[in-house]
Design a protein around this ligand. Structure first.
Ligand code: HEM
Length: 182
């Protein structure tokens, strides 16, 4: 009887110790930084356009803007953007502003931001001319590669470090099968 009691006591001690150890582990566990964190994260900084903005979002918006300008000058793929370019040529920036917001939201969410959401079309719908009249034709793998090259150039132009460009590149790659429809 004494032996059984002793064994029970040992079992209780072991279970208690395990729980305390694992609880402690949970409390002190650090969450791995997301790509969004590495791009600047949630630290609030002054937005050059006024007000305050998360540093990560400002970084992403800066890369998006730079990339859209590279794409606009890239004859390999700029013919897909005829609607947008005609608007901009006529001093109408509404489509450009909407695209800038959509792309910025999309990349914020895709890199792990918590405070933003993407409310644009799905990647399939956005790149299907039948569902998006602003997409002038279906893109193939070569177009996708050209888009990624332009994104790399756009990111380099605003000084994003190479390791971060590569990580953004990996996120972009996950959309290839949805964007490429030819
Ligand atoms: C590489 C990955 C790509 C991503 C993550 C991406 C993302 C997006 C997003 C978020 C939109 C906005 C959708 C909306 O607001 O509803 C969009 C629109 C568009 N995308 Fe892409 N895209 C990619 C590749 C491409 C490629 C390869 C092409 C063509 C070569 C392309 C051409 C377009 C066009 C023409 C639009 C409409 C622009 C406008 O509003 O005038 N995209 N894309």
């Amino acid at each position: 009887m004494k032996k059984v009691l002793f064994l029970n006591l040992v079992a209780v001690l072991v279970i208690t110790t395990t729980c305390v150890t694992s609880c402690k582990k949970n409390e002190t566990a650090t969450v791995a930084p997301t790509l969004y964190d590495s791009l600047g994260g949630t630290t609030m900084v002054a937005d050059p356009r006024g007000g305050m903005i998360e540093k990560g979002r400002l970084g992403i918006r800066t890369v998006v803007d730079s990339t859209v300008f590279v794409i606009a000058g890239d004859t390999a793929i700029n013919s897909y953007f005829t609607v947008l370019l005609a608007e901009v040529g006529a001093n109408n920036l509404s489509g450009f502003q909407a695209l800038e917001k959509s792309l910025t939201d999309f990349f914020c969410v895709a890199t792990g931001a918590k405070k933003f959401s993407y409310s644009g079309k799905s990647m399939v719908a956005a790149h299907d001319p039948a569902q998006n009249s602003r997409m002038n034709g279906k893109a193939d793998n070569g177009d996708f590669d050209a888009f990624v090259n332009d994104l790399v150039k756009g990111a380099q132009q605003v000084g994003l470090p190479l390791d971060l460009i590569q990580r953004v590149g990996r996120v972009v790659e996950t959309t290839r099968t949805q964007v490429v429809q030819k």
